[in-house]
Design a protein around this ligand. Sequence first.
Ligand code: AMP
Ligand code: MG
Length: 398
Amino acid sequence: MLTVDEALARLLDGVRPTNGEHVAVADALGRVSVESSLPAANAVPPFANSAMDGFALRAADGDAARRVIGESRAGGPRAPVVETGTAVRIMTGAPMPDGADTVVPIENAEERAGMVAVAAAPSFGTHHRAAGLDVRRGQFVPLPRSPITPSAIGLLAAMGLAHIDVRRRPRVAILSTGDELRDPGFPLGHGEIYDANAPALAAAVIESGGEPLILERARDEPGAIEARVRKGVDQADLLIASGGVSVGNHDHVRSVIEQLGTLDFWRIAVQPGKPLAFGRVGEVPVIGLPGNPVSALVTFELFVRPMLRAMLGLIGDGRLRVTARVTETIGKDPTRRAYLRVRVDRDADSYRAIAAGGQGSSQLLPLASANALLIVPEGVAATEPGCSYEAMLLGGIT
Ligand code: AMP
Ligand code: MG
């Protein structure tokens, strides 16, 4: 059995980033820029302007009253030149008139009969925003190796950029296998359950920056699975199946991968998720995830998400890790590294982890209420109250 780290290294081996595509900056949320920095074609701000509503004037005139000679408003016409003894009424974001070096906010000024009196002599340059204060023209603006955020979109737009090259979203074919599976919305017959994995894995693909393609579900028949896998690898960068990957009489995913391509490994020392098959059909990686929904989602998190991120040019799993103290005994298989479903919260100046419910690999409710996976190493048979372990955060801490 491979360790988690060995398995991940094999999965990531040879993964290359997808090609770029040109998209509108306004549509680039969550996408990953092909370039790690971009030169600014325009300065931000493009011209010197006022940070306050007030009066643009010359600091050298001290505390003397100034004659108001005009107005500068955002988007308005050019204001007259400010000379000694004069001032221009100015609004936030409006261009600084030539000759003015300082803005006195309206709160510190009083305008009467064409003159403005200031409460005190202003210091030079106050409330004056220089051209290029935020970004100089030609400056290389770094785009951190992470999905594009709303603030990055704002910055790119402020620089005047309408389009950007981003990595194409990796297409992930998703295949559920199992005679017992039905679609939600239909009544269940004897021994049937709803297919939770197809929609959950599709959502996980989207969350990781990919584009899901849900294949028609396959019954536990080699021919049906083979037909879907052939179709999936034709259309996708990666295929993930769930179910049928273990050693049961009706588990055919592994043999189908072997038949159509090559199987690299099929077991990992991880809990949940021991049976996980990885191989290739042609060039396309194929991963057979375990059928139990918690196993499928946790192994997606550990193995598929880093793969999708590598295809986007990103490193690692992008999850924060904290050290959290457990207060209870949670049993696990000592031969495997466990990822326990927990809720992490703050406890004074440290973090505390509490089991989010039962740790069975079919129990989705605890996973859905967890905000972290607590990583308990091989060799440990149960968590010890008071001991701290690494927790991989899946969501925020409330
Ligand atoms: P298998 O790996 O096919 O033996 O499946 C292991 C367990 O996961 C069984 O209880 C299956 O019924 C269940 N299971 C398999 N696929 C799904 C699915 N798509 N949605 C929900 N449960 C599933
Ligand atoms: Mg099955």
